[in-house]
Structures are given as C-alpha cells and as structure tokens.
Design a protein around this ligand. Structure first.
Ligand SMILES: [Mn+2]
Length: 303
C-alpha cells in the first residue's frame, strides 16, 4: 500500500468483548463505523467493502464454562476460527482491516493473514500499551485479550493454538511500539525470545520518527506487514474510551506521525483497530481519533 496509490480495503467487524475484563469493546465496530471509517477511506480515493461482522457470542448467553485461567476460552476459540476464515478469504490484493473488539480478535485476524499469505513471511507491528504475551499459566486476570500475541507465537492454551491453526509467528517477525505496562512474565518472555520493542521510554528518548524507522528496519525482511493497533497505545487524554487505559501513552501528533510514516513506507498489508470502548468514551471521541489515525495510515497527508 502506497500513500499515493488506491487501495482496496475490506472491513471485518469482530464485536467481541469476551477477552476483556471490563465490558464494552464489543461496541467498538459500531463506534468506528459511526465515526465514518468507511466513508473517510473512500474520500481518500480508496475502494472500501464493509463485509459486516463475524458472529460473536454475547457473554451473558455463552454456555461454555467461564474458566479461571482463560475466561470464555472455548467461545473465543470459535470466534478466532470464524474471523480467520473470513480474513483468509479476503479478496486478492485487498487490505483487510479488522475492527475489534478486544485484542483477542487479533488471533483470528493474524491467523487469517498468515493463511492468506501462503508461505510468505508475515511480520507484525504490535502498537499497544501492553505486550499481550501472557498465557493462562501466567495471566494475573485470566482475560484472553492479554494473551493473543503469546498464542500467535505458539505458546499457551491448546484450544486457542488449534483455532489459530496457522504456523506460529517467528519472534524476529514481531516488533512492539508504545509499551508501558508489562507484567513480569511478559518481560521474561520478551527477553527469552529476543522480541524487539520500542517502549514509551524509547520513544521519549529517540522520538517517534526514529523509533518507527527502526521498527520498520527490524521488520524489513518480512514479505507482509500487519499492523495491530490497540487504541490503548494512545494516551487516555487523547483517547479515554479504550479497553484498558494506561497513563503516559502516545500523544495525538505522535500517533499521527507514526501512521504517516507507516503509510509512506508503502508496506502495510493488513490492519487491526481494536479495543475502542464506547462505555468509557465521551461522545465517540476515541473512535473518531482512531478513524483520523486510520486516514493517516491510508495516506491522508496535511499537504
Ligand atoms: Mn492489546
């Protein structure tokens, strides 16, 4: 995808909050649509198909046991399969954009991207306050939205690994940007597997432009770049309506610069926009910020 080229974007909603401790991110796809995500991308000249939502059970209506280590794991595994199938079936050449939902939806979206890549090497830029590297054994909460990346790397609950059903990501093919709330077991995981990360502290020191350049360089060897953007990477002042707000996040212009640099790299092949929580929001402001950022990611420039 190039800043100046026309993209074919396919939107997939996954209105799931089974992975989150706090409810409400199931309304994320609606909030992003009401904030005019589709029309905004069309106005940039892109072709956009909204393929609707995958089927997601409602927490109150699930009949699977609410397991302590990994809450709603069986239902989340079902959603992972459905979303992976949908994304794997995206039109040739299209850029799938998955609307969450809690970050557990990325198990399905990235599994679908890996299947669709047919052996091409898939790299992931994980833009997030959190590392999402827990497993049911290490998670302090049992909330699966803190575990998707561990599972995509091949570690964790066998039911989720089976639902992903794609070869695990290689640790060298993952880079973090924006980390600031990392559990001890996640820190150990990052060091044990040599994952690359630009934390908020790194961003303070070297600035967003250098950090984004370094992250793209670290992923220069992959064939397909997936951007998984958790709204909680943003500072709560910019976006209060997110799943798990953490102080000290990306500022408004800093986040736009990141998106503009990704757009001008011409390398983004698929995207997640997750963890928008309208319950905590103020008149859909956070969804609107995410749509503005998506516009920058899809080539909107100031001049
Ligand atoms: Mn996350």
């Amino acid at each position: 995808m190039l800043a100046s080229t026309v993209a074919h974007v396919q939107l997939f909603g996954s209105p799931m909050d089974l992975g989150a401790g706090r409810r409400g991110v199931d309304m994320g796809p609606s909030a992003l649509r009401l904030a005019r995500l589709g029309p905004t991308l069309v106005a940039l000249g892109h072709r956009v198909d909204d393929l609707g939502n995958v089927d997601v059970p409602i927490a109150e209506a699930t009949t699977t046991p609410d397991e302590v280590g990994a809450r709603f794991v069986a239902s989340i595994a079902d959603v992972t399969r459905r979303l992976a199938d949908a994304v794997a079936g995206a039109a040739p050449g299209a850029i799938p954009v998955v609307l969450g939902g809690d970050h557990a939806v990325s198990m399905g979206s990235i599994a679908g991207v890996v299947r669709r890549a047919r052996g091409d090497r898939v790299g992931v830029l994980w833009i997030d306050a959190h590392a999402d590297l827990n497993t049911p054994q290490t998670s302090p909460s049992g909330n699966v939205h803190g575990m998707p990346l561990a599972h995509l790397l091949g570690h964790g609950d066998p039911r989720l690994l089976a639902a992903i059903g794609a070869p695990p990501l290689h640790p060298r093919d993952v880079a973090f940007l924006g980390l600031r709330s990392v559990d001890p077991a996640e820190r150990a995981f990052i060091h044990a597997h040599g994952l690359t990360a630009w934390t908020m502290s790194d961003l303070d020191r070297i600035g967003m432009a250098a950090a984004t350049g370094a992250a793209l360089e670290a992923l220069a060897h992959v064939d397909h770049l997936h951007v998984s953007f958790d709204a909680d990477a943003l500072d709560p002042v910019v976006a209060p309506g997110v799943g798990t707000p953490v102080a000290g996040g990306l500022g408004y212009r800093e986040a736009h610069l990141l998106m503009e640099l990704l757009a001008s790299s011409g390398r983004v092949g698929s995207v997640d926009l997750v963890e928008v929580n309208p319950i905590l929001d103020e008149r859909n402001a956070s969804a609107r910020v995410m749509v503005e950022l998506a516009a920058s990611l899809f080539g909107r420039t100031i001049l």
